[in-house]
Write a protein that binds this ligand. Structure first.
Ligand code: ALA
Length: 594
């Protein structure tokens, strides 16, 4: 069964059970500057999970393209991906565990649908802890469907609790379904640590909201949020344990074989990284992201560098000059196969194929220049070395000039020397351990932008909004904002330049409120009530029956999804650094916090 058939079956199964299909969103979510990329099918649905009525009703089904960068170092095995697709069905305060589990079971095992052997199925459920009880209800439902006790693992939060996608928001215990992909009969007892049991589907019972202070409170409604990774289920249905050997990857793998003259079987890790990363890059660029050193743009930049290093590994050891490595057009045929695989489902990639190629060529030129300018450094370091080029030197070249160690090694050989690989690995490890903490923010969950700095920025934005209204009058309101760890950007309607005194006054008010250390909290309430209270802010008029309002002491009330600091002193300091006229009677301010 192909991926396309699985998608078609999944959608039709749930449509027959009253679900309406919603179309997936871009990887870059509009109106949400706190999220780098869409990481799950539920992400565009957060307002509805919190209680806002969805225009299509309470039962939804979708296929969503997703991007996760938290496992980027795991890519290279059979199961991990940065770009992937997820099938999902939702109950927004409608059906609950019984229907969700019974339907999952029916879809997986019935011959009319996927027809996976029941004897190959295993399950995990939430074991319970101080925040929530053992999910006995799910356990009993699975037992009633004939799953033996020995095939149901009870696991803790780290395994069987999903969400929130950011720091706060909807979440809950989940039950996960595993399929045996090893040889022979599945073992009688389910051991979640055995990697031949592959998780294919996750039913999350979202009845909690995780709050700013880390507590779990009940949501207004009980939701079901499920996610089935398309690559994994496709592997199961195509009878392989390796996602990269399915139709979703094979054309890319074959093309890499053509280009490199190497075989997948001999270099599986390189092939997997190259094919995963090229897909992710194509999809990120197709959604309008540009290569850069900041936030979203840093992700394709890092992916492309990793990809090229892997291509160099494949290139073999005979070519040592950096400029002789890959041609700038090497990636075009790879981009074309990715476009071919996905163009029907995602017209944006065929539409943008030319632009994607151009962006990659531009980036390639930069990268090549960087490599070429690094080459003299390599020669210098090697000339200075004794007979053995140390790992420390190799690491310096890698870290400071982006030269990968294979290149250093090859140049060393050319100069009649050897390279100390073991020492390099030690250095590399040391560095990895140090940088893991530092870089965790950049890649965690693709939700890196919930960094401390952006949370501070959120709260500062509310204070600034109120301060501007205090100073310039109630007709003035926010028309947009964008927050990154580097700065806060704030747009509002006002038709002249602010004077230096006005800027100073806004800064003073905000800094005063920071000093007062006001508490920040939110309440979810009906829109009418929020309006009566005088809450300000941007909100979506159409379906907002229930809205989330953040309070900063008595000073500010504003519609917002959060997250925020818990006390204003955490914002530390606030400074406006620039103002701009953005036309049509609107102005823009840039500010720093911290
Ligand atoms: N949101 C859940 C997941 O991504 C279903 O696994």
């Amino acid at each position: 069964m192909t991926a396309a058939e699985i998608i078609q079956k999944y959608i039709s199964f749930f449509e027959k059970r009253g679900h309406k299909r919603i179309h997936g969103t871009p990887l870059v979510l509009e109106n949400d500057s706190t999220v780098l990329f869409t990481t799950a099918g539920m992400q565009p649905l957060i307002p509805y999970l919190l209680g806002k009525p969805h225009p299509l009703g309470k039962r939804l089904v979708s296929l969503q393209k997703c991007l996760r960068t938290d496992d980027i170092d795991e890519v290279g095995d059979k199961k991990h991906h940065t770009f992937f697709e997820m099938l999902g069905n939702w109950s927004l305060g409608d059906y609950w565990k019984k229907e969700a589990i019974e339907w999952s079971y029916e879809f997986l095992t019935s011959n009319e649908w996927l027809g996976i052997e029941k004897s190959k199925l295993a399950i995990s459920v939430f074991a319970g802890d101080e925040d929530a009880l053992f999910d006995k209800e799910s356990y009993d439902i699975w037992r009633s469907l004939g799953i033996p006790e020995s095939r149901i693992a009870k696991l803790e939060k780290k395994d069987n609790w999903w969400g929130p996608a950011g720091q706060t928001g909807p979440c809950g215990p989940d039950t996960e379904m595993f399929v045996w992909t090893g040889k022979g009969k599945a073992p009688k007892t389910f051991d979640p640590a055995n990697s031949e049991w592959i998780e294919v589907w996750n039913d999350v019972f979202m009845e909690y909201n995780k709050t700013q202070d880390g507590k779990f409170e009940y949501l207004k409604q009980k939701n079901v949020d499920t996610g089935m990774g398309l690559e994994r289920i496709t592997a199961v249905m195509e009878g392989t344990d390796d996602d990269y050997q399915t139709g979703l990857f094979l054309p890319v793998i074959k093309k890499i074989e053509d280009i490199s003259g190497k075989k997948y079987e001999k270099n599986p890790k390189d092939f997997r990284i190259i094919s995963d990363h090229i897909k992710a890059i194509v999809f990120i660029l197709a959604d309008g992201v540009e290569f850069s050193n900041l936030n979203r743009g840093y992700v394709p930049r890092k992916l492309l560098r990793r990809l090229i290093v892997r291509m160099q590994f494949l290139e073999g050891k005979q070519k040592i000059l950096l400029k002789e490595y890959l041609s700038k057009y090497t990636l075009n045929p790879l981009i074309e196969v990715v476009v071919n695989i996905y163009q029907e489902k995602y017209p944006e990639i065929i539409k943008n194929a030319k632009v994607i190629k151009e962006k990659i060529l531009g980036e390639w030129d930069k990268l090549k220049k960087q490599m070429e300018s690094a080459y003299p450094q390599v020669i210098k370091v090697i000339n200075k070395s004794g007979q053995i080029v140390s790992g420390k030197d190799g690491f310096y070249l890698f870290e400071a000039h982006g030269v990968n160690p294979e290149v250093t090694e090859q140049v060393a050989i050319k100069y009649g020397k050897t390279f100390d690989w073991e020492d390099f690995k030690v250095e590399f490890k040391k560095h990895q351990e140090l940088s893991r903490t530092a870089s965790a923010g950049m890649f965690r969950g693709g939700l890196a932008d919930h960094s401390e700095k952006t949370i501070m920025g959120h709260t500062a934005t509310h204070l600034m909004h109120q301060a501007i209204r205090d100073l310039l009058g109630d007709k003035v309101h926010q028309s947009g904002s964008n927050i990154t760890p580097e700065r806060v950007r704030f747009d509002f309607n006002f038709d002249r330049k602010l004077t230096d005194e006005e800027i100073k006054k806004i800064e003073d008010i905000v800094n005063e409120k920071i000093k007062e250390n006001l508490p920040v909290h939110f309440e979810i309430m009906p829109l009418e009530k929020a309006k009566k209270l005088g809450a300000i802010g941007l909100f979506d008029e159409k379906y907002s029956e229930q809205v989330k309002v953040y309070f900063i002491g008595d000073y500010s009330k504003e519609f917002c999804g959060g997250p925020h600091v818990d006390f204003t002193s955490k914002v530390k300091r606030f400074k406006i650094i620039k103002q701009e006229n953005i036309g049509k009677g609107y102005r823009r301010l840039y500010a720093l916090v911290g």
